[in-house]
Design a protein. Structure first.
Length: 317
């Protein structure tokens, strides 16, 4: 059963009527075909009109939709021969960041990303995609391994942010994130990142300081969550929609600011409505990016990546 967001209520009503008519049609009622066709056209028009004018807060809701593809889905749909690699070789395994060796469209790669989980059990196992220090240290280990064996790195970002708990701070959360960013900027192989859902704070940047940063059309990417920003600025979580607009979290805003390099189109109604189509679009964008980067001189790849991030904000925007 499809889950609808608050602003999708008119669409939900139309699609409920369509489902009822289809059930009648399956029972042998052939006099409703015209009504069914008319309602389907109306629902498509409503969906197009709604998603053509989404605000920043509405896009935040779409980016967090429970049915959007997760890291495990992308692994199943985009790569083959996936071999997961676990542990940071210092403390333990972190379930919020997964990664390993794989083959992407015939090319050997290192792939990693945030996994939020889908059921209550899996969400707890993966800590809702909020990594602890050992998660970022595992990412560093995998990036260094990729660098050693000259493998391109693909990262898929979908996290509300790094885990903010006391235990994580005691184990050096800030230091682990800083070292992960430093590692991103230091490796000498192609690094392509894709913001596929939420890109929250340093927890996202730790995997996204890449040569090419792709972003799904309805994903978000920001220095802090809208709720966190609203709590700090106004001491009022209900102002999260205002904060979302002020933070300029959308792909369109971030492309103008040159924080990202490319917007990947989503199926009509968001990636959760047609995960297969969304994965194909992302796969094509990743392949094109890698094709342009593979073969470049290692030192040039690293220098271009560093220069790109050092120049952010220097255009006065």
């Amino acid at each position: 059963m499809r889950s609808y967001l608050e602003f999708e209520k008119p669409i939900a009503e139309l699609e409920a009527k369509i489902a009822e008519l289809k059930q009648l049609a399956n029972q042998g009622n052939s006099d409703i075909s015209d009504d069914l066709e008319r309602l389907e056209a109306k629902a498509t028009q409503q969906l197009q009109a709604t998603y053509a004018k989404l605000g920043a807060w509405q896009k935040t809701q779409v980016a967090r939709h429970q049915d959007r593809p997760h890291f495990a889905d992308y692994i199943a749909g985009l790569v083959t021969d996936y071999v997961p690699l676990c542990g940071d070789r210092a403390f333990g395994e972190d379930g919020a960041i997964s990664g390993g060796l794989a083959r992407f469209r015939g090319r050997a790669v290192m792939v990693m990303g945030h996994e939020k989980g889908r059921t209550t059990e899996s969400r707890l196992k993966h800590n809702f995609g909020m990594a602890k220090p050992e998660g970022y240290r595992k990412a560093i280990r995998l990036m260094r391994m990729a660098d050693r064996f000259r493998l391109p790195v693909i990262t898929l970002v979908d996290t509300a942010g790094a885990y903010p708990g006391v235990q994580a701070e005691e184990r050096g959360q800030a230091e682990a994130i800083a070292r992960a960013i430093d590692c991103c900027l230091d490796i000498r192989v192609p690094l392509v990142a894709a913001i596929v859902g939420e890109g929250g704070s340093g927890g996202a940047v730790a995997l996204a300081a890449a040569n090419r940063v792709l972003m799904f059309e309805h994903a978000i990417y920001s220095v802090i969550s809208p709720e966190g920003c609203a709590a700090i600025l106004w001491n009022d979580g209900s102002k999260a929609p205002d904060a979302a607009e002020a933070l300029r979290v959308t792909a369109e805003d971030l492309l103008k600011l040159k924080v990202i390099d490319e917007i990947v189109k989503e199926p009509l109604g968001g990636a959760h409505r047609n995960p297969g189509q969304a994965m194909t679009s992302l796969g094509d964008a990743l392949e094109a990016s890698l094709r342009n980067l593979v073969g470049q001189e290692p030192g040039a790849l690293r220098e271009a990546r560093r220069r790109k991030f050092l120049e952010m904000g220097s255009n006065g925007l």
